[in-house]
Unconditional design. Structure first.
Length: 208
């Protein structure tokens, strides 16, 4: 079997981590690099990460995250934030990000207007913009979880948290960014069932 597919079969949502096993720094840096290299819409890279290592801070987070044990038991805990205001192109941020690729000021200003047109056409401005930027965070999380699985490290993505309260805990300016996802990384405490429940290919795929 292809080694990447083997890793995908290994990966599961680990609910109970071994508190005594820590991810080596060099392995976690591979996971972070997989996140950094993840593609994003228009190349705008709207995702920012907070790696939470302070155990007291994790204890404060836990009741705001449905008291999930992964918050305090995982070796590494990553909070994914999505930019909001900076993505309402054209902004200084989008001009800088696009300017990395475009050769002239005219070119990147035109591209900035194209991004804004995309947002307008898809009703993604104002409070809806988070629906777009958060998708970029999920792409990054997927890359990081797959990279982790490839080197034998478990993970668990978590949407079960009280967003507003968690943002208040971290002192986040929600005009500028929002918390959209948490992913725990570590090593499973118990052996997990290898069985995966997935629909079959003929149900998944339609060729035209």
């Amino acid at each position: 079997m292809n080694t990447f597919v083997e890793a995908m079969n290994f990966r599961c949502a680990c609910k109970i981590f071994d508190k005594n096993k820590k991810i080596p720094i060099e392995d976690f840096e591979v996971i972070l690099e997989a996140g950094r290299l993840t593609p994003s819409s228009f190349g705008l890279e709207p995702t920012r990460l907070m790696v939470i290592r302070d155990i007291h801070l994790r204890e404060e987070m836990k009741p705001l995250c449905w008291n999930q044990e992964q918050i305090t038991s995982a070796s590494e805990l990553v909070v994914y934030k999505s930019k909001v205001a900076d993505l309402k192109a054209p902004t200084h941020y989008t001009n800088v990000m696009v300017g990395r690729r475009m050769g002239t000021k005219e070119a990147y200003e035109a591209y900035g207007k194209r991004i804004r047109g995309f947002l307008l056409d898809n009703d993604l401005l104002d409070e809806h913009i988070i629906n777009w930027t958060s998708r970029q965070a999920y792409l990054m999380a997927s890359s990081m979880m797959n990279a982790a699985a490839f080197i034998g490290i478990d993970s668990c993505p978590m949407e079960g948290f009280e967003q507003a309260k968690l943002e208040k805990l971290f002192g986040i300016d929600t005009f500028k960014e929002r918390i959209v996802l948490i992913v725990a990384f570590g090593y499973r405490l118990n052996e997990l069932s290898p069985k995966k429940y997935r629909i079959q290919m003929d149900e998944l795929i339609e060729y035209k």
